[in-house]
Design a protein around this ligand. Structure first.
Ligand SMILES: Cc1cc2nc3c(=O)[nH]c(=O)nc-3n(C[C@H](O)[C@H](O)[C@H](O)COP(=O)(O)OP(=O)(O)OC[C@H]3O[C@@H](n4cnc5c(N)ncnc54)[C@H](O)[C@@H]3O)c2cc1C
Length: 305
């Protein structure tokens, strides 16, 4: 992890910076990455994306809740999303974070909350992706995913991070399930004891994981804006004769829009991760940390006000 990324992530924890950002942040630039604060905002943006041939995964922002009431409230809000998507005829699945649903409080309680969400997705013929969070939560997240995959099959999928040394083994271990895995580089600040630190190592591992997962017959959601990895995937599927219904590309809302549309025009399936809700701050700071140049556009907006 680069020094600038570490500095931005730790500055983001500063109480003063946090309170200023939460007050003015959407105007200062967070709206580039976040659809808005309400489900109506998210549905409107999702409709626009669908009209460009992009499919969507919606995410109600929020993580690390510390009491049961907050987790239950999040669950109830999340349970409104897929019925609204169905009602509006929008092509979107759902992404969730387990710490928003009580993972840090009690594993069984979290499992029960997520069970309801995935059960609803199955009833509606839709799909729920479990995002991967920081390394201390990885094992518990995989355990919950396994349990739900046993119960609901391909209505649930998981994200895995190529910066973690353990991920290749996890992918091999999950292999017989032929599960739907989203492969990402990883967005948290992780120490060298558990994660590759150089971009080169993370990128090479990403490609190896995509290759292995496809070889094992799983569905790969290749989630990156990195053109080299996208080109690698295109070559791989071409050479191995992997059908277009065994993989898709995924990108974040507001990032590399030109590339998203280019891939659609080439006939690839592209899904946009569309976050919305009032708890956008940690998500926003991870996007700034990935690309410090984004800070300049926040500062430019600041000068306008
Ligand atoms: C659909 C999706 C879901 C994700 N889910 C998870 C998850 O569950 N858990 C997790 O830990 N991480 C998740 N991530 C984040 C991921 O781990 C990376 O932090 C993020 O995607 C940036 O890495 P990159 O693959 O784009 O490669 P990078 O090497 O970081 O970037 C490649 C290029 O993409 C562009 N780019 C990348 N990030 C930005 C940015 N913030 N602003 C502007 N341009 C940018 C730049 O042109 C850059 O040169 C997800 C990412 C995507 C796309």
């Amino acid at each position: 992890m680069s020094l600038s990324r570490r500095i931005i992530l730790s500055a983001a924890d500063n109480v003063l910076i946090r309170s200023i950002a939460v007050r003015y942040g959407l105007r200062l630039g967070a709206s580039r990455f976040v659809a808005g604060t309400t489900i109506e905002d998210a549905l409107r943006v999702a409709r626009e994306l669908n009209s460009k041939g992009l499919v969507v995964t919606m995410d109600l922002l929020g993580e690390s809740v510390s009491n049961r009431d907050e987790a239950l409230a999040a669950r109830e809000e999340i349970l409104k999303i897929l019925p609204a998507v169905e009602r509006e005829g929008i092509d979107s699945g759902l992404s969730i974070k387990l710490t928003q649903l009580g993972l840090d409080i009690d594993g069984e309680f979290c499992l029960d909350n997520v069970d309801r969400i995935v059960r609803q997705a199955k009833e509606l013929g839709n799909f729920v992706r479990i995002d991967m969070e920081d390394s201390p939560r990885v094992q518990a997240t995989i355990d919950i995913f396994r349990e739900l995959h046993d119960r609901y099959g391909d209505h649930v999928g998981l994200a895995v991070q190529s910066y973690l040394y353990r991920t290749m083994d996890d992918v091999i271990e999950l292999g017989p399930r032929k599960a739907n895995l989203r492969i990402v580089k990883g967005a948290y600040s992780e120490p060298p004891e558990v994660a590759y630190q150089s971009k080169r190592d993370v990128d090479e591992e990403f490609c190896r994981i995509v290759e292995k997962h496809l070889e094992l017959g799983g569905y790969a959601a290749v989630a990156t804006h990195d053109r080299k990895i996208i080109d690698f995937t295109k070559r791989l599927v071409q050479e191995r004769g992997i059908p277009h219904d065994q993989f898709e590309f995924q990108m974040l809302y507001g990032i590399s829009r030109g590339l998203q549309e280019e891939l659609v025009s080439e006939g690839y399936k592209v899904r946009v991760y569309l976050p919305f809700g009032s708890h956008w701050y940690p998500y926003f700071t991870r996007r700034l940390a990935e690309r410090p140049a984004n800070l300049f556009f926040v500062l430019r907006n600041l000068l306008r006000y």
